[in-house]
Every structure is written in structure tokens, then in C-alpha cells.
Ligand binder design. Structure first.
Ligand code: DGL
Length: 270
């Protein structure tokens, strides 16, 4: 059976994988944690495109017939280029996130918490305006959050002090909807919710992303066992330790390396 590939700069994309496992069990999932290049949020578009193409080449080589970019920064900076290069479905999380936000907002004011790269790209603004031109999007770069999640911090003083810097400026704009526009942030859901007044809705793009995956790949439940494979470009031990805390099941990850060739970047198994 054909596998579904997912990737992110680390554990963040597990927030998408957990939703896929709930909605579409019985499939073969291959998750690539690129913690070697974490954080993606401060990298250039060209750099992200090269990294993402190397990961997609690798996942396709491992039998993936569809790839979910479980990363907003990649979806913002590299989705168009990557879609043009492969003839398999490549599904991003950003357009689904924008759709969910437009459906959720009542006053048309949407806040987006995201990495610096995603904010700089203006991709959420474009995706929201494509759906509804009268919405106003306020974006807040949150560079401290993904590295904290990567280290296994989901609450506590460091997380709360970073959130106290990032959330109030969005609330001051009168937003009634906040998009967790980085796949690491759903793991901070409870911490974020503590800072929101009643009536402000939090959007996790993963849910709408799963609907899109089901629409493209078919929603028929499969009877077989779910297969999970993990690859990690950084510390395999750290990925598995934090990953297990987040989604419970993380079978042994395989170590992968990026190699620079005259023809470009590739990923190789140990
Ligand atoms: N989880 C990623 C995203 O959705 C990337 C975080 C990072 O590496 O900066 O944007």
C-alpha cells in the first residue's frame, strides 16, 4: 500500500500526524523530523526550498505517494515550487488554516501566530483574502515558541512569558480568532487558551488539513494495521523522547543525514 509522507523541522508536525491517525487509521505514515535544520522560521526561501525538495525526494524514494507538508513555514515558502516539481499530491497546512479561520471568525479580524518566515511571506494574508477580501489579518511572529516545544516545554514560566509577549498585541487589535500558524503551537494550546478572553476562538489548521487529505486520498476507512516510520536528521533520542510525550506512539526513528552534492542537497539513511 502506498505511504503518506509528512515532514516538519522537528516534533511540530506530530500535531498533524495525530489528527491523521485519528481520522485515517490503517495507513502507512512516514514522518520526517528535520531537527538538524530547526528552526525553519529564520531561514531564507531559497534555503527552505532546497531542504524541502531534498526531503520530498527522500520520502518519495521511501514509497510515499502523497506528502503532507506538516509545517506552515514550508507551506508558506516552498509549496508552489514543490507542487510544480512532483506529480503526486502535495498538501500544505496553510491554505486549510486560512479556510478554518475564515469559517470561524465573526468580526472578520483574524490573528495569526507564526514563525518569522511565515509572517514575512504574507502567505496567510493572501490565503485569507483569496477566500474573503473583507477580513483583516494581524500577524505576530513568535520565534521563541517552536524551539521551546522542541525542548519539551509546553507550559511553565518560559512558555508563559513568551506568550505574554505575543498574544496581547493580537488581542489589542480586537481579533476574535487566532490561528496557531505553526505546527508546533497546538502543543501549547492550553497555555495559549489561558491568555484568551471568552469568545476568542483558537484554530488548529491540522483539522482542516486532514479534511483536505481525506478529500484527495479518499475517506474510506482501511481495515489493516497502521504503520508508522520515523526519520530524524537531528538527535534521534531527543525526537523520540519529546515525540512520545506528545503523541504516545513513536517507534524507533531512523537517523538520516543531509549531504551536499554538486547537483544539490540529498538525504541519506545512516
Ligand atoms: N513547525 C514549523 C511551522 O509550522 C516550523 C517551526 C520552525 O522550525 O521554525 O512553521
Amino acid at each position: 500500500m502506498s505511504a503518506i509522507g509528512l515532514f516538519d523541522s522537528g516534533v511540530g508536525g506530530l500535531s498533524v500526524l495525530r489528527r491523521l491517525l485519528q481520522a485515517m487509521p490503517g495507513r502507512d505514515y512516514r514522518y520526517f523530523a528535520d531537527s538538524f535544520h530547526m528552526p525553519y522560521g529564520s531561514r531564507s526561501t531559497e534555503n527552505i526550498e532546497n531542504i524541502v525538495m531534498a526531503i520530498c525526494d527522500f520520502l518519495i524514494g521511501q514509497g510515499c505517494k502523497a506528502i503532507v507538508m506538516a509545517c506552515n513555514t514550508s507551506s508558506a515558502l516552498a509549496l508552489a515550487k514543490v507542487r510544480g516539481r512532483y506529480d503526486i499530491p502535495i498538501i500544505g497546512v496553510l491554505e486549510p488554516g486560512a479556510r478554518a479561520a475564515v469559517n470561524a471568525t465573526r468580526n472578520g479580524k483574524i490573528g495569526v501566530m507564526a514563525t518569522e518566515g511565515t509572517v514575512r511571506s504574507g502567505a496567510y494574508l493572501r490565503a485569507v483574502h483569496w477566500l474573503r477580501t473583507d477580513c483583516i489579518v494581524y500577524s505576530q511572529p513568535c520565534p521563541k515558541l517552536a524551539p521551546l516545544v522542541e525542548r519539551g516545554h509546553f507550559g511553565g514560566s518560559e512558555v508563559m512569558s513568551a506568550l505574554t509577549e505575543y498574544v496581547p498585541p493580537l488581542l489589542a487589535q480586537g481579533v476574535d480568532t487566532i490561528v496557531m500558524g505553526c505546527t508546533h503551537y497546538p502543543f501549547l494550546y492550553e497555555a495559549i487558551a489561558k491568555l484568551l478572553p471568552p469568545g476568542v476562538c483558537i484554530v488548529d489548521p491540522a483539522l482542516e488539513t486532514v479534511s483536505e487529505v481525506m478529500a484527495i486520498l479518499g475517506a474510506t476507512p482501511l481495515a489493516g494495521a497502521t504503520n508508522l516510520s520515523f526519520y530524524a536528521s537531528g538527535s534521534v533520542e531527543d525526537f523520540m523522547r519529546v515525540g512520545r510525550g506528545l503523541i504516545g506512539v513513536v517507534p524507533n526513528a531512523q537517523k538520516v543525514y543531509f549531504r551536499e552534492h554538486p547537483t544539490g542537497l540529498t538525504v541519506e539513511l545512516e
